[in-house]
Design a protein around this ligand. Structure first.
Ligand code: MSP
Length: 655
C-alpha cells in the first residue's frame, strides 16, 4: 500500500484583502503535496476557511447582513485565488460546514464527559483581530503582543480545557521528538515563553459570541474559535461522523505548515487536545517566516506608501501563476522572514525563468527544428563535458528529494536551476551554431542537441511540484505527455526521431525598469481608488463644512438630474456603501453611495433621487460609480435623501 501523506495549511480568516503573504503557506503546501504525489504517495491536502468568531459577527453586524452573507463572497474570492495559483487541494473545509460543526460538538462532549473540560469564570484580555486571549503578563505595553493593537478586558462564565495537565507531556514530546516542532528556534520560543512557566487551563467557550458552534451540553456557550478552527484538521477527514474511513486512512497529519505567529496554538494546544482525546499526535508542525514590507509583516493595513504590488490577482494576471509560485517557493530562505519588493520579484522571475529556463528550452528546441527538421537526432558517444552535464541532471532528483523531505523548496529549486545553468553553460562550451556550419560535425551536433533535449525534459519533470504551466509546455514540445513523472528521470529515455516543436519563450523577458514604472502607476491608481472610497465614506460628515464662494458658472458645471433607483444591493467589502442601479431618463447607471448606515437596499428601490450625472466615473471597492446621489446631512448623524417634492419623470433636469 502506498505511503500516506496528510498535509494541511491553516484555515484562513475570511478577511478579504488577500495579499501575496497569504499565498505563501498554501503555495508551499501545494508544492509539497504535488511532490509527494509524484513520489507515488497517497496524499491528502487540506485547506479552508476559519469562519466563526467575534470578528465576523461584528463585521457582518456593521453591514447589517448575516455572517453568512458577509463571508460567502470572501470565501469565493479565496477559492478563486487558489484556482488562479493552481493550488490543487483535496478538500476545502469551511468551519460552517455541517460535518465540521458536528465533529466539534462530539469533541467537546467527549472532553466534557472525561473531565478535561469544566466550567469556571474567565478573565482575560481579548484581541479581536487575532481572536486571541492574553493574560496581563503576556501583553506588550498593554497591547496585543502579536499585532500591537488594543485589547479589551473580558470576564465571563466559561468552560475550560485542562491544559495544565498536559504541559509535562508536551515538554517530553519536544525532548523526545525534536522534529515535532521545526525550525528549532520555534521550539525554544515555545519552551521559554510558555511551557517552562507551566501552562494554565485554557478557556474554550464564549457566551458573548453567538456566531460559533453551540456546545452540546450548554447551548448558551459557543466553542472558542481557535479550538473550533484547530479541530478542522480532524473533522475534514470525517472525525466524529458515521464515516471515519478518511480519518483512519490519513490521521495523524504528516505536516501542519503554519505561519510563525500561530505556532503556539498548533504546537501546544493541538497536541494537548489530541492527548486528551487519546488520538495520535501530528507528526510535525512547521512554523514558517513572513513576507515583510519595510521590515513589518505584510498585511494590507500596514502597506504604507510603498509601491509594492502585493495583490495576487494582479500579479498572476500580469506575470502568470508560475512566476508567482516560483517567487514564493524560491526567494525566501525557508523558515526565515523575507522582505518583499516588486523589484526582487521581477528580478528573480526574469533571471531564472525568462533568462535561464526559458532561454535553454527555446534555444534547444529552435536548434533541433532548424538543424534536424524537428526530429530528435540520435544520442552520441560521450565527449567533453557531456558526462558532467548528464551526471548533474541525473543527480538533481536526489537533491530535490532530500530538500523537499526537509521541506526546503528554495533548496530543491536551487538544485534544478543549477542543472539549467549548467546546461546553458554547456551550450556555450559546445557551440552548436559552429558545429552546424561543418557537415563533418553533424553527428556531434546531433549528440549535443540530444543531451540538451534530455536535460530540458528532465528539468521539466523535476519542476512539476513547483510550476504548473511551464513543465507541461516543455514536455509537450518534446512530444511527452503531461503525466510524465519521477520514474521518467533516467537520462536517455527520448527516442531518436521524436518530434520536437520549437517553443516560443515561455516567460517573456521583462524590462524591469519599465515594469516597475507601470506597476507603480497601477499601485498608485489602486491607492487612489481606496482613498476615493474613504473620501466617499467621509463625504457626509464633511458636508457641513463651509465652502468658498463660487460663481454661477461654477455651479453651472454641475449636471443634476432626477433618477429612479431600480435596484440596490450592499457593497459587501464596505460597511458604508450601497450600490444602486439608477434609471435616468432612458439611461441606466451604476452608482455607489455611502448611505448603507441610513438606508437598506430594499428601502432604496423605487426612490426618486437627485443625481450628479457629469462626475468622472470611479470604481469604489471594485464597483463602478457613474454619479452621485444627493443627500441632506445634519452633521449629527442624521441623513436624508434629496427627492423632488412632486411626482416628476426620471431624467428631468434639476436646476
Ligand atoms: N485562522 C487562523 C488559522 C487557524 S488554523 C487552525 C489564521 N488565519 S490567517 O488568515 O490569518 O492566516 C493564514 C495563513 O497566512 C497563516 O499561515 C499566516 O501565517 C499566513 N500569512 C498571512 N500573512 C503572511 C505574511 N505576510 N507572510 C507569510 N505568511 C503570512 O491565522
Amino acid at each position: 500500500m502506498a505511503k500516506k501523506y496528510y498535509i494541511t495549511t491553516p484555515i484562513y480568516y475570511p478577511s478579504g484583502n488577500w495579499h501575496i503573504g497569504h499565498c505563501y503557506t498554501t503555495v508551499i503546501c501545494d508544492a509539497l503535496a504535488r511532490f509527494h504525489t509524484l513520489m507515488g504517495e497517497d496524499v491528502f491536502f487540506l485547506t479552508g476557511t476559519d469562519e466563526h468568531g467575534q470578528k465576523v459577527e461584528k463585521e457582518a453586524a456593521k453591514r447589517g447582513i448575516t455572517p453568512r452573507e458577509f463571508i460567502d463572497p470572501l470565501v469565493a474570492e479565496l477559492k478563486d485565488m487558489w484556482r488562479l495559483l493552481d493550488v490543487r487541494y483535496d478538500r476545502f473545509i469551511r468551519t460552517t460546514d455541517g460535518d465540521h460543526v458536528k465533529g466539534v460538538q462530539r469533541v467537546y462532549q467527549k472532553l466534557y464527559e472525561s473531565g478535561d473540560i469544566y466550567k469556571s469564570v474567565y478573565t482575560g484580555y481579548y484581541c479581536t483581530p487575532c481572536e486571541s486571549f492574553w493574560t496581563e503578563s503576556q501583553l506588550a505595553g498593554g497591547k496585543c503582543p502579536d499585532c500591537g493593537r488594543e485589547v479589551t478586558l473580558q470576564k465571563e462564565e466559561s468552560y475550560f480545557f485542562r491544559l495544565s495537565k498536559y504541559a509535562p507531556r508536551i515538554l517530553k514530546l519536544y525532548e523526545e521528538n525534536p522534529s515535532f516542532l521545526q525550525p528549532k528556534s520555534r521550539m525554544n520560543e515555545m519552551v521559554n515563553n510558555f511551557l517552562k512557566a507551566g501552562l494554565t487551563d485554557f478557556s474554550v467557550s464564549r457566551t458573548t459570541v453567538k456566531w460559533g458552534v453551540p456546545l452540546p451540553f450548554d447551548e448558551k456557550h459557543t466553542a472558542y474559535v481557535w479550538i473550533d478552527a484547530l479541530l478542522n484538521y480532524l473533522t475534514a477527514l470525517g472525525y466524529g461522523t458515521a464515516d471515519e474511513s478518511l480519518f483512519e486512512r490519513y490521521w495523524p497529519a504528516d505536516l501542519h505548515l503554519v505561519g510563525k505567529e500561530i505556532v503556539r496554538f498548533h504546537a501546544i494546544i493541538l497536541p494537548a487536545l489530541m492527548m486528551a482525546l487519546g488520538l495520535p499526535l501530528p507528526k510535525q508542525i512547521y512554523g514558517h517566516g513572513w513576507l515583510l514590507i519595510g521590515g513589518e509583516k505584510l498585511s494590507k493595513s500596514k502597506e504604507n506608501a510603498r509601491p509594492e504590488l502585493t495583490d495576487p490577482y494582479e500579479l498572476v494576471k500580469r506575470y502568470g501563476a508560475d512566476a508567482v509560485r516560483y517567487y514564493l517557493l524560491r526567494e525566501i530562505p525557508f523558515g526565515s522572514d523575507g522582505e518583499y519588493t516588486t523589484e526582487r520579484f521581477l528580478l528573480r522571475v526574469n533571471a531564472d525563468l525568462a533568462n535561464d529556463l526559458g532561454n535553454l528550452v527555446s534555444r534547444t528546441t529552435a536548434m533541433i527544428v532548424q538543424n534536424f527538421g524537428g526530429k530528435l537526432p540520435a544520442r552520441g558517444p560521450l565527449e567533453g563535458t557531456d558526462g558532467e552535464l548528464i551526471a548533474m541532471a541525473e543527480g538533481a532528483f536526489e537533491r530535490v528529494k532530500e530538500a523537499m523531505e526537509g521541506l526546503n523548496a528554495p533548496e530543491a529549486l536551487d538544485a534544478v536551476f543549477a542543472v539549467v545553468g549548467r546546461a546553458n553553460k554547456y551550450i556555450d562550451e559546445t557551440t552548436p551554431w559552429i558545429l552546424a556550419k561543418d557537415e563533418t560535425k553533424r553527428a556531434r551536433l546531433g549528440a549535443v542537441l540530444y543531451n540538451l533535449a534530455e536535460v530540458c525534459r528532465m528539468c521539466a519533470v523535476l519542476l512539476k511540484p513547483f510550476l504548473t504551466k511551464a513543465p507541461a509546455l516543455i514536455l509537450k514540445s518534446f512530444s511527452c505527455g503531461e503525466d510524465m513523472g519521477f520514474n521518467a528521470l533516467p537520462f536517455g529515455l527520448l527516442r531518436e526521431g521524436t518530434e520536437v516543436v520549437k517553443l516560443p519563450p515561455i516567460f517573456p523577458r521583462l524590462g524591469v525598469k519599465k515594469e516597475l514604472a507601470e506597476v507603480e502607476k497601477l499601485v498608485s491608481a489602486q491607492k487612489k481608488q481606496q482613498n476615493a472610497i474613504k473620501k466617499e465614506e467621509k463625504n457626509m460628515a464633511e458636508g457641513a463644512e463651509k465652502k468658498p464662494e463660487i460663481s454661477i458658472d461654477d455651479f453651472g458645471k454641475v449636471e443634476l438630474k432626477i433618477g429612479e433607483v431600480i435596484a440596490c444591493e450592499r457593497v459587501v467589502k464596505s460597511e458604508k456603501l450601497l450600490h444602486e442601479t439608477v434609471k435616468i431618463g432612458e439611461e441606466v447607471r451604476s452608482v455607489v453611495s455611502g448611505i448603507a448606515k441610513f438606508y437598506t437596499p430594499e428601502e432604496m428601490v423605487g426612490k426618486k433621487v437627485v443625481v450628479v450625472t457629469n462626475l468622472k466615473p470611479v470604481k469604489l471597492c471594485g464597483v463602478l460609480s457613474e454619479g452621485m446621489i444627493l443627500c441632506a446631512d445634519d452633521g449629527k448623524g442624521g441623513l436624508a435623501l434629496v427627492s423632488p417634492e412632486k411626482a416628476v419623470e426620471s431624467g428631468a433636469t434639476v436646476r
